[in-house]
Design a protein around this ligand. Sequence first.
Ligand SMILES: Nc1ncnc2c1ncn2[C@@H]1O[C@H](COP(=O)(O)OP(=O)(O)OP(=O)(O)O)[C@@H](O)[C@H]1O
Ligand SMILES: O=C(O)C1=C[C@@H](O)[C@@H](O)[C@H](O)C1
Ligand SMILES: [Mg+2]
Length: 174
Amino acid sequence: MSRPIYLIGARGCGKTTVGEALSRALGYAFRDTDHHLQLSTQRSVAQIVADEGWEGFRARETESLKAVTAPATVIATGGGMVLAEYNRRFMREHGQVIWLSAPSQVLAQRLESQPEAAQRPTLTGRPIAEEMGDILRERAHLYRDAAHHEVNAMQAPERVVDEILHSLSLARAS
Ligand SMILES: Nc1ncnc2c1ncn2[C@@H]1O[C@H](COP(=O)(O)OP(=O)(O)OP(=O)(O)O)[C@@H](O)[C@H]1O
Ligand SMILES: O=C(O)C1=C[C@@H](O)[C@@H](O)[C@H](O)C1
Ligand SMILES: [Mg+2]
């Protein structure tokens, strides 16, 4: 059975972009936890947070992770999926976990050119470049702990896909 592949990392690291390409390369399905939540609640992240707070959003995010988990599926996770220990353990136990890693300045530049504020409401109230620095300082160890493999997300998306495929074949051979 082909175990799911979970892509983790901060906002803007390319989980959705790379995940779609990786799923095509493998002939896998593609799911996205933020998108699943949006469809199942008919609300954006910003609306859920306004209605239920971040705590409510995080609880729904865990349900979304479980709902999309299936064999032969590439799963793009929300940037904060690793905050809960339950989610980190769930992903490691159910599949292969890949961290798309890039410096905060690169992430901030990408997000500035495509903000999508309804899906990415501010986490700290600070300007985006500062926020991404704070978020990576807080979360880098969680991404590292959750991941089976760390991949350089500053390369072109097709190179990122190749590096993931390489990591996975090494993982299978060992
Ligand atoms: N490897 C890459 N090189 C250059 N630009 C990229 C790369 N990956 C993604 N991008 C661009 O960065 C932006 C964010 O990408 P994407 O939406 O895939 O990130 P994400 O990790 O899914 O973010 P979120 O956690 O908010 O869902 C998009 O404009 C996308 O085109
Ligand atoms: O980094 C985060 O905490 C988030 C990232 C997005 O994918 C969404 O899940 C939401 O905006 C929260
Ligand atoms: Mg995404």
